[in-house]
Ligand binder design. Structure first.
Ligand code: AMP
Length: 114
């Protein structure tokens, strides 16, 4: 299954704009359009991977890279504490079926999440 046809695929292809905070050969990071906290970023792979459920051994390095970029952009935003979230599947809150790491911070965050 491909995730080329999602809103994030369109952002990657430059068809719609985003508020970009970081980019490299493997991924793009930008501000969430409906932020849930003062800082709410999304880190997405350029590769059209649907979710963590579709990831295989061949994605090991990419997934590690996405987490390192998540930490990098969190620090770039001045955060000392933040939450990284990957919603996997509609029942878990995934609405866009192109893998993305949420980076959320800038306010106290409750646990457990809803
Ligand atoms: P999820 O519910 O985990 O699939 O998260 C999808 C996220 O994408 C939500 O937080 C949305 O607010 C965000 N989102 C949807 N469309 C855009 C967009 N065009 N630019 C930035 N963020 C978006």
């Amino acid at each position: 299954m491909s995730s080329n046809d999602t809103i994030f695929g369109r952002i990657l292809r430059g068809e719609i704009p985003c508020d970009q905070v970081y980019a490299d050969d493997l991924c793009l990071a930008f501000r969430d359009i409906q932020p849930q906290a003062p800082v709410h970023l999304l880190v997405i792979p350029r590769e059209p991977l649907v979710s963590l459920a579709e990831a295989g051994e061949e994605h090991q390095a990419l997934l590690g890279h996405l987490l390192l970029v998540a930490a990098r952009v969190a620090r770039q935003e001045g955060l000392q504490a933040w939450r990284t979230v990957l919603n996997t599947g509609a029942e878990a809150g995934q609405a866009v079926f192109h893998l993305h790491v949420h980076v959320i911070g800038g306010r106290p965050l409750d646990w457990p999440p809803g």
